[in-house]
Design a protein around this ligand. Structure first.
Ligand code: IPD
Ligand code: CA
Ligand code: CA
Length: 260
C-alpha cells in the first residue's frame, strides 16, 4: 500500500468522524446557488481536516476542494494533463446531511497528470470505506466489489438519479420512462449512489449535473468495480464530465440505445 493510500484512508475516516460531531438541526448553514444547495460548518470542518491530513504527509501536494475553491481553474479539459494533486468533496450530500437523512459521503481523489489513480469514498453512517487504485480493483472495507450482473431493464432493475439544475432532474426521469417498468430511486448523494452502483446495490446511475469533486474518486471506484461510464451518446467520459450513465456495461449500452 502506497503512502498516499494510507493518507487517503486516514483523511477519509477522520473527516467522517468529524462531520458526525455536528448536530444537523443546529449546524451553521448557508445557502449557495439555490435553496437546495447548502454549505454547513461541517463541510468546512471536514475540508480542513482532510487538507491538514494530506499536508502533514505531503506538504507540497496541490489540494483542490469544493468549498475552498482555490485551484478550481485547473479543472478544465485543456489543463487536465497538467494536474497532479488531490480533489476533494468534503461532504457530498450536504442537503441530506442538513436534513438528517444519513446518506452523505466524503470523497477524496488523487490525480496524476490528469488521471484519477487513487479514490476513497467514506460513508460515515454505514461505516463503509471504498478504495480503488487504478488497475488494482475496488474494495469496500477491504473486500472486493463488483457492479451488478443485471443486463436487462425489468421491474427489479434499480435505476437512480439525483437532484440537478432546474429542469435537469426532470429530464433524467423522462429518460427513465423510456426503459419500461423499472425501479426508480432519486437519492441525494452522487458519490454514495456511485459507490452503491460499484458494489451492485443499485444497477445504474444517470445524472447530468456532476462536478469534478463528485467524480474524482467515485468514477475510478466504479470503473475498477467493472462499471462502464458514458455520456448520453454512449461516448466515454473523463472525471470532468458532468453527464453520466454508469453501471454494468451491457446495461449502460442498453440505456443509450433506448434513450437515443
Ligand atoms: C450534490 C449531491 C447531489 C447531486 C448534485 C451534487 P453536494 O453534491 O451529490 O445528490 O445531485 O449534483 O452537486 O453539493 O451535496 O456536494
Ligand atoms: Ca458533491
Ligand atoms: Ca459537497
Amino acid at each position: 500500500m502506497s503512502d498516499r493510500v494510507e493518507v487517503i484512508i486516514q483523511a477519509a475516516l477522520a473527516a467522517g468522524k468529524e462531520i458526525l460531531k455536528f448536530d444537523p438541526n443546529t449546524v451553521e448553514t448557508e445557502v449557495k446557488s439555490t435553496a437546495g444547495d447548502l454549505v454547513t460548518a461541517a463541510d468546512l470542518a471536514s475540508e480542513k481536516i482532510i487538507t491538514q491530513t494530506i499536508k502533514a504527509g505531503f506538504p507540497d501536494d496541490v489540494v483542490i476542494s469544493e468549498e475552498t475553491k482555490e485551484g478550481q481553474e485547473l479543472l478544465v479539459p485543456d489543463k487536465l494533463g497538467q494536474l497532479t494533486g488531490w480533489v476533494i468533496d468534503p461532504i457530498d450530500g450536504t442537503n441530506n446531511f442538513k436534513k438528517g437523512m444519513a446518506y452523505s459521503g466524503i470523497s477524496i481523489g488523487y490525480i496524476e497528470n490528469g488521471q484519477s489513480t487513487i479514490g476513497a469514498v467514506y460513508d460515515p453512517y454505514r461505516k463503509e470505506l471504498y478504495i480503488a487504485e487504478k488497475g488494482k480493483g475496488a474494495t469496500r472495507n477491504g473486500q472486493p466489489i463488483h457492479v451488478s450482473d443485471k443486463t436487462v431493464f425489468d421491474a427489479g432493475t434499480r435505476v437512480c438519479t439525483s437532484n440537478s439544475y432546474e429542469g435537469g432532474t426532470q429530464a433524467n426521469i423522462d429518460r427513465f420512462t423510456k426503459l419500461g417498468h423499472v425501479w426508480v430511486d432519486v437519492l441525494g448523494s452522487a458519490v454514495l449512489i456511485m459507490t452503491d452502483v460499484a458494489c451492485g446495490r443499485l444497477d445504474l446511475y444517470h445524472h447530468n449535473g456532476l462536478k469534478p469533486w463528485d467524480n474524482a474518486a467515485a468514477f475510478l471506484i466504479a470503473k475498477e468495480a467493472g462499471a462502464k461510464t458514458t455520456n448520453l451518446q454512449g461516448q466515454p467520459t473523463t472525471w470532468l464530465t458532468s453527464e453520466v450513465i454508469m453501471g454494468n456495461p451491457r446495461l449502460v449500452d442498453e440505456f443509450v440505445a433506448r434513450t437515443n
